[in-house]
Design a protein around this ligand. Structure first.
Ligand code: CA
Length: 220
């Protein structure tokens, strides 16, 4: 699950990043609305966590532009308690939920999970491929009812391939989907993770399309 965090408070942004990455989110962080717009134009995120008080273009302006661009990525706004009216304005402009600062990171995570469960932002139903099932919420994979323990990257790769079932995803696409900007993966890291993933889940699920990429076939 890929999250774009727009927050100009460096310490807070770092804290959120660390907390979310422990829950296996891939978090990319920017400190201005301009950078956020650029990122949203070029890449796909599952959720946008947006501080309203930003230097340069404000969180409101950013939100307005995002929705004007027909980008319906779920948005969770962060706002200071003394700007409580802001939340109403934010929701009017198309935010999906809000959180007042200071907040507990457990609450942030709970709100995020709720947004990701919603239709439109629904990336969390259990995925089933033959006798393999993937529960993104619990981060659990079972095959023939036996639980399989995967590393976060192995899980993310399996989840993305299952979400795009029937489609071939190239190494580059998979890299974009499972790594954030601050990660610096080796050029063969996707191959290594796929290799390990296959060893753990067994044969017949993830197919290599030589020279193109990987796929979970719809026939599987
Ligand atoms: Ca701020």
């Amino acid at each position: 699950m890929r999250v774009l965090l727009v927050e100009d408070d460096k310490l807070l942004a770092e804290g959120i990043e660390v907390a979310l990455s422990l829950d296996h989110y891939v978090v990319d962080s920017v400190d201005t609305g301009e950078h956020a717009l650029h990122a949203l134009e070029n890449e796909q995120f599952d959720l946008l966590v947006l501080d309203l008080g930003l230097p340069g273009i404000s969180g409101y302006e950013l939100l307005t532009q995002v929705r004007n661009n027909k980008n319906m990525t779920p948005v969770l706004i962060l706002t200071a308690r003394d700007h409580i009216d802001d939340k109403v304005k934010g929701l009017d402009l198309g935010a999906d939920d809000y959180l007042l600062k200071p907040f507990d990171v457990a609450e942030l995570k709970a709100r995020m999970r709720a947004l990701l469960r919603r239709p439109g932002g629904d990336r969390t139903p259990e995925l089933v491929i033959n006798d393999l099932s993937i529960d993104p919420q619990a981060h659990r994979v079972t095959r023939a009812s036996k639980t399989i323990s995967l590393s976060p990257k192995e899980f993310a790769l399996l989840h993305e391939l299952a979400m795009h079932k029937g489609r071939i995803l190239s190494k580059e696409q998979l890299t974009t989907l499972v790594y954030g900007w601050s990660d610096d993966p080796d050029s063969n890291s996707i191959e290594v993770h796929i290799h390990n993933l296959r060893k753990k889940i067994g044969a017949g699920i993830v197919e290599t399309v030589r020279g193109v990429g990987y796929r979970i076939d719809t026939q599987s």
